[in-house]
Design a protein around this ligand. Structure first.
Ligand SMILES: [Zn+2]
Length: 497
């Protein structure tokens, strides 16, 4: 009897637990390899072994390949390595990675349009070579070292690359995936970046503990993503191939490149074995699903871009932007400040043309402004604008956005200009009036806008650019200024179930 009671208690406990828990919160694990060492030949075999090991474990990863690495694999006749990597997602990791000048160095004084064109000129060939050699368009990109720059985004989109997959501290939201520059980003994941060391000993135990900490935290929040990165060369070298040759701005010719040192075979073997145990451990945890870049783009599909926005949505936005201009989370989607800009400008156009609230509006995805606003010279700014003058400005903004794919740097109302933030807040007030009274006011009252999404962009400092390949003391204030302007495009990525 006692035993039966005991069983009953256990059964009740199990049932209660199952009922209370609901579906298991998913923990997506994205495992990516920067496949970049085109100097040490042993790296080819390390990459192949990792790709084959993961395939045999039923795990798909993302291999971000450097253009020069792809060309070297081709010239060494390593079709076996290429075939093994192709079982996974293929990404892109710059054309030559660490040869000088690196990306952030050559873009440090560039503007938006010229920087985008220069990134494309220097980097597109590598993406084309990866595509030719692997037979697929790279799905994701990540910068070499911390050589990040916002001008890369429009150029990458032009190359057909859909996602930014890397780790550094320039921009991010809450250590989870986000949208920025018109792409899904898995970047600045910090507390959700898990990496087991490859030095044997306690590495595996510590790696499991670190993963478990992120895993538990994400499950408690209802799920999320963990990012894990490696370089195949870490299994075989004693020092990075590029640190050996290109440290602190060094620029030796190819014939003077040195091979990095190699680890003893037993150490390499231990590192492979630990890594296999690490992957098996993660895979066995409830809710864990390994995902590639392609899968992440589906899991975090941006539902805002296909949504029809109606009167009440617009009224809510019109009110919100008068207080603060930043990204907003809703049920199943999020809006960036640029999305809000696009929706309000379209609503304003419709209100001006038909003098009635719009039935349905869709977002036109835009990049942020290209330069920081400077007040126009001469005269005294008006505090109100005649409706007709404001409506002409709204239509001009719509035309500019269609023509350039980005937000304007300033909005002209006659000979006066408004900053993008003041313009959005001013539209917000006018639209709120129009939607609540049924018509646009005769005088549009100028409002001061507070744009705050750029709080999520790091301040420039030498620490942000702490890559050994950069010249000593390198930093890039202008790159970070452009990064803050592109914070108009920033918003959290929402998990789609
Ligand atoms: Zn790299």
């Amino acid at each position: 009897m006692k035993r039966v009671l005991h069983l009953l208690v256990i059964l009740l406990a199990i049932t209660a637990r199952a009922a209370g828990q609901g579906p298991t919160p998913p923990v997506y694990v994205t495992l990516w390899f920067d496949t970049e060492d085109y100097i040490l030949p042993q790296d080819d075999d390390a990459a192949k072994r990792l790709a084959e090991m993961l395939t045999s474990l039923g795990v798909r990863a993302t291999f971000k390949v450097v253009g020069e690495k792809a060309r070297v694999l081709e010239s060494r006749g390593r079709t076996d390595v290429i075939a093994a990597l192709k079982r996974h997602d293929i990404g892109y990791h710059s054309n030559t990675h660490s040869q000088q000048p690196t990306i952030a160095v050559y873009l440090q004084n560039a503007g938006w349009e010229d920087g985008r064109a220069e990134f494309f000129r220097r980097e597109a060939q590598g993406a084309r070579d990866v595509q030719r050699i692997f037979g697929v368009t790279p799905v994701a990109y990540g910068q070499p070292g911390s050589a990040w720059a916002p001008q890369a985004y429009p150029a990458l989109r032009e190359m057909g690359i859909g996602m930014y997959l890397d780790e550094a501290d320039h921009v991010g939201i809450d250590d989870q995936p986000f949208f920025y520059g018109g792409m899904l980003n898995v970047f600045k994941m910090r507390s959700n970046l898990a990496r087991m060391d490859l030095r044997g000993g306690t590495s595996l135990a510590e790696g499991k503990a670190r993963f478990t900490k992120s895993y538990d935290a994400l499950r408690a929040k209802g799920g999320g993503t963990i990012s894990i990165y490696y370089h195949p060369n870490e299994w075989v070298h004693t020092q990075f191939w590029d640190a050996v040759n290109f440290s602190r701005g060094a620029n030796p010719p190819r014939e003077e490149w040195k091979l990095p040192g190699t680890r003893p075979a037993a150490e390499t073997e231990q590192a492979f074995q630990d890594f296999e145990q690490y992957v098996r451990f993660m895979k066995a945890l409830p809710g864990v699903r390994f995902v590639t870049a392609t899968e992440l783009m589906k899991i975090y599909d941006d539902k805002a871009l296909t949504r029809n926005f109606r009167r009440d949505d617009i009224l809510g936005l019109a009110r919100a932007v008068q207080k603060e201009i930043t990204f907003q989370r809703f049920d199943g989607y999020a809006l960036s400040a640029a999305d809000e800009f696009s929706l309000l400008n379209s609503a304003m156009t419709a209100a001006a043309e038909r003098n009635e609230p719009p039935a349905e509006i869709k977002i036109a995805r835009l990049d942020g402004p290209a330069r920081t606003y400077t007040a126009s010279a001469g005269g005294k700014p008006s505090s109100t604008y005649p409706r007709s003058a404001f409506v002409r400005a709204v239509k001009d903004v719509a035309d500019f956005s269609r023509a350039t794919g980005r937000m304007p740097d300033e909005v002209w109302i006659g000979s006066e200009s408004l900053s993008p933030a003041d313009y959005v807040a001013t539209m917000g007030k006018a639209l709120e009036d129009a939607l609540t009274t049924g018509k646009l006011p005769a005088e549009i009252v100028r409002q001061a806008g507070q744009f705050t999404a750029d709080r999520n962009v790091a301040a420039d400092s030498p620490a942000l650019w702490g890559w050994v390949i950069f010249p000593e003391g390198f930093h890039a204030p202008h790159i970070m200024e452009l990064a803050r302007l592109q914070a108009w495009t920033l918003k959290p990525a929402v998990l789609q179930r």
